[in-house]
Design a protein around this ligand. Structure first.
Ligand SMILES: *Cc1c(COP(=O)(O)O)cnc(C)c1O
Length: 404
């Protein structure tokens, strides 16, 4: 192993699955004095945001903005549609399904989790069977995490809707797109999603601190039937504000709004379809490299079938404690930070050090991905971790558009 010379000075690269890399345009848009929050530029600019957010989510319906992280959006979505004693069904492909479930339980909602393990998507036939058995329609909502960021499984939300329709179940379909929006194809209206939650710090490329709940008229009707809802989470004034402050239930998140405006400009300039294709191509380059590495060693992608993998995050295994060794070495020596494993093993166990994740969501391009992969190749070599050869060449072939 090379000693003493550290190569970490220079621009660092945070390749974790959120927060993601922030574009210079977003940072520059935020670098300004506090604006007037009563009239003028900020107020006018904010009026342009909902329509552009709807375009990203592919919906004609409503959007409420919250000054909160994704956990806040989780709670907002539940608070506007369900009440204590209601039941929800949560098919699970990883840790984040449990996170949303725990939020629901804390609100007194009765949660039934269908766990499909850490390496498989929802089994839609089993979900349909469970819904068909619910003759009394006790299940009021199905909560589906699109990309579970812990396992990097991407679930078929369109298929989940089809499974619900097949048995004629009236429950609301709620989707968590915090890790997928602006990365993987998502079509709220075409896929029949009633409520969608997302955050701003992943595919939307803004610093953490804002989140969004999109909802259609069916969900709005569920809201209207509730006997009460906490004033702060209520999505009605946020989605239809009469006064500017009602967008946010108080002072506007001034600088986040400027950052979001810049991010939406970038997204629409590139085009959402092109963004999905970029993410897919970059993900394929990563997988091609991982395939080579795993041929000569124990590195393995968590999800075997490429069709089930997220295009925004890749969960990997490397025998404990090598995953942690690799992360630590890369950060200290190359200025490259990879994501920790999440939900794959208890945090205080030895196995915990056998998992890591790569974030490739949002503001990432070909040279960054080649740098990420070259960094990992360097770390594997420096730490004498057995790995197959040709990873970078395989990745380059994908990015060059060559037949693999
Ligand atoms: C990041 C993430 C969350 C949590 O978002 P926070 O902003 O950390 O609260 C929830 N669900 C998914 C799928 C995520 O990727």
């Amino acid at each position: 192993m090379r000693d003493s010379v550290k190569l970490s000075s220079g621009r660092s690269y945070l390749a974790i699955p959120g927060p993601s890399v922030m574009p210079d345009q977003v940072l520059q848009a935020m670098h300004r004095a506090s604006p007037n929050i009563y009239a003028g530029e900020l107020v006018e600019m904010t009026d342009t945001l909902p329509a552009d957010l709807r375009r990203v989510a592919r919906t004609q319906h409503h959007v409420a903005i919250y000054i909160a992280n994704g956990h806040g959006a989780w709670e907002a979505a539940l608070s506007n549609t369900l009440q204590e004693g209601d039941k929800v069904l949560v098919p699970a492909s990883g840790r984040f399904a449990y996170g949303w479930s725990e939020m629901a339980e804390a609100l007194g909602i009765n949660v039934e989790v269908m766990d499909f393990g850490l390496q498989a998507p929802f089994d839609l036939a089993r979900v349909a069977e469970r819904l068909a058995a619910d003759k009394a329609y006790e299940i009021k909502a199905v909560l589906g995490v699109h990309t579970d960021t812990s396992t990097s499984i991407r679930n078929d939300i369109n298929g989940l809707r089809a499974a619900m329709d097949e048995v004629g179940h009236p429950a609301l379909l709620m989707a968590d797109c915090i890790a997928s929006l602006g990365c993987d194809r998502f079509e709220m209206d075409a896929w029949g999603v009633d409520v969608m939650v997302t955050g701003c710090q992943k595919g939307l490329m803004v610093p953490a601190g804002m989140s969004f709940v999109f909802f259609n008229d069916k969900a709005a009707e569920a809201r209207a039937r509730l006997p009460r809802i906490s004033r702060y989470w209520d999505w009605v004034p946020r989605a239809n504000p009469e006064y500017f402050y009602q967008f946010f239930g108080g002072t506007a998140p001034t600088h986040h709004l400027y950052g979001l405006r810049a991010a939406l400009d970038l997204i629409h300039a590139e085009g959402i379809e092109q963004i999905w294709t970029r993410h897919e191509t970059l993900a394929r380059a990563i997988w091609a490299a991982c395939d080579r590495w795993s041929e000569g060693g124990a590195l393995a992608m968590n999800v075997a079938d490429p069709a089930l993998r997220s295009h925004a995050v890749t969960a990997l295994r490397l025998p404990s404690p090598r995953a942690t060794d690799l992360r630590v070495w890369l950060e200290e020596n190359l200025g490259l930070t990879l994501g920790i494993g999440l939900g794959m093993a208890p945090p205080d166990s030895a196995e915990w050090h056998g998992f890591f994740r790569l974030g490739h969501m949002g503001h990432v391009n070909g040279h960054m991905i080649m740098g990420l992969l070259g960094g990992i190749e360097t770390g594997l070599r420096a730490l004498d971790i057995p790995h197959g050869a040709g990873a970078l060449e395989s990745a380059a072939k994908v990015l060059a558009g060559a037949p693999s």
